[in-house]
Ligand binder design. Sequence first.
Ligand SMILES: NC(=O)C1=CN([C@@H]2O[C@H](COP(=O)(O)OP(=O)(O)OC[C@H]3O[C@@H](n4cnc5c(N)ncnc54)[C@H](O)[C@@H]3O)[C@@H](O)[C@H]2O)[C@@H](O)CC1
Length: 483
Amino acid sequence: MRQAWRAADVRAAEKSLMAALPEGTLMQRAAAGLARRCALLLEEAGGVYGARVLLLVGSGDNGGDALYAGAALARRGAQVRALLLTPERVHLAGLAALRAAGGFTTVELPARVDLVMDGIVGIGGTGGLRPPAAAAVRRLGELRGRTGHRPLVVAVDTPSGVVVDTGDVPGECVDADVTVTFGCLKPAHVIGPAAIRCGQVELVDIGLGPSLVTGPAVRVAESSDIAAWWPVPGPVSDKYTRGVVGLATGSAGYPGAALLSTSGALAGPAGMVRYAGSAHAEVVRAHPSVVVAPRVADAGRVQAWVCGSGLGTGDAARTELRSVLATSLPVLLDADAITLLVGGEFSEHLRRDAPVVLTPHDGEFKRLAGEAPGADRAAAAARLAAWTNAVVLLKGDRTVVATPAGEIWANPTGSPALATAGSGDVLAGLLGSLLAAGLPPVRAAVAAAYVHGLAGRRAAADGPVTAPDVAAALRPVLRDLLK
Ligand SMILES: NC(=O)C1=CN([C@@H]2O[C@H](COP(=O)(O)OP(=O)(O)OC[C@H]3O[C@@H](n4cnc5c(N)ncnc54)[C@H](O)[C@@H]3O)[C@@H](O)[C@H]2O)[C@@H](O)CC1
C-alpha cells in the first residue's frame, strides 16, 4: 500500500525532524536524491557530461532543491543554467552553490535543453501559478512542442501548478516525465488530474517516516494488497460458503445492465450468482449458471445485494430497492438506486446496521449530494460517505473510495477506456460478489475498482472498448493478479 500526506502534515513532520538535525540536512538529502535521478535520466539519454540542463527556480525551498541538484550535475560536467523567476527572492545559498560548481543564470528559456528541472513551487504553493511562473511553464510547453526536440522534465517534489492537497490542476501546470518527491507522497501524486501531470513518481527517503505522526490523507492499493485481500476458495469451500451475490438490476428498458452486472459478478469470488428482475430469461440464457427469479422477494438467500444498474426509477424499482434495504445484508446501490435515494424517501431504510456501498458517477453524486464533487474529489466523497453512512466509490479517471470515518483511497489503475456505457454495471456486479464473499465494504470497493481498471486497460490494448470487453478481461486480469 502507498500512502500520501497533506502538505501541512509534511511540514509539521519536517519541522520536528529538522529540530534534531544540523541546518540544511534535509534539503541536502533531497537535492542529492534529485540529482541522482536526473543523472540517471541523462545517462540513459547519452551522458551527464556536456548535457544541457535548465533549472526553473522559484522563490522558496523548492527552488533551493533545484539549485543544489543543479550544482551536483554541474560538478559532473553538465551545462547548467538557472532561470530565476523571482531573482530578488531566491535561495541564496543554493544559487551560490550552483555558481561555485560552474552553473550560470539565464533570463531566457534556451532553444535546446536536454533536461528541465521544475523547481518553481512545491508544497508551499498556493493558488494557481503566478504570471511569471505561468508564462515560463507555457514557454516550456511550447519548447517541448517543437518537433525533433523534447527535453525531459523532472518536477521537484510536485509539478508546479498542481494543488498539492487535492490533486486539482486549476490552470497552467508543468507536465513532468518524472516527479522526484521527498519523504512521502502527497495527494497530488495519486489523485485527480495532478497525478497524470506527475509522470513517474519517485520517492527519495529523507528520514521523514517516523516524524509523520498523523494518518495519511490518501491510500493507494497495490497489486499485492488486492491479491492478499481477494477471497479464494479453500478445500472445504462450497458454493454457499464462498458467498451468494444477488443482483436486482436491469429492466425491460435496460436488459443489458442485467447481463453486464451478471458478467461482473460471475468473475468475482462468490460461489453463486442469483439474479432477480425482469431480464431473468435473458440472463439465464446468456449465463446458465445463474439462478434467476422475477423479483427480489422470490430470489432465495444471498449474502449481499447489488441494486440499481438499469433498474429504472418507477414503482417496480422502488419496491425492489425497499426489499433490498429491508434485509440485514451488505447492499451496493448503483445508478438508478442512487437516483431513487434523492428526496429522502429511503432515508429511514438507509439507517441500517449492515453496510451500504454507493457507486455514483459525477451526475449521480450531484443529484444525491445537491452539488457536484468539485475540485476536491476526495473530500467530496468523504462528505457524502459521512452523510449517508455508506462507503462511497466516486467514479472517475482516478476513482476515489471514501468511508464514513473519512478513510480515503485513490484507485491507480483507471483508464479512459472505462468511460463506456455499461462499464459501471460490470463494476457493480464484481463489487457485489466481493461483498458476498465477505470482504469488508471498503476493501471490496477498492479491490473492485482496481481490478476493473486493469480490465479496462487490458481490453483497450485490443482496440476500442465496450463493457462486455471489460467484463471479458476480468478473468485474465485476475489470473495474472492472483498467481
Ligand atoms: N521543509 C523541508 O525540510 C524540506 C523542504 N523541501 C523542499 O521545500 C519545498 C517547500 O519549500 P517552501 O516551503 O519554501 O515552499 P515552495 O518552495 O514550495 O513554495 C513557496 C514559495 O513559492 C511562492 N509561491 C507560492 N505559491 C505560488 C504560486 N502559485 N506561483 C508562484 N509562486 C508561488 C511563495 O511566494 C514562496 O516563496 C518542498 O516542496 C521541497 O521541494 C526539501 O528540501 C526537503 C526538506
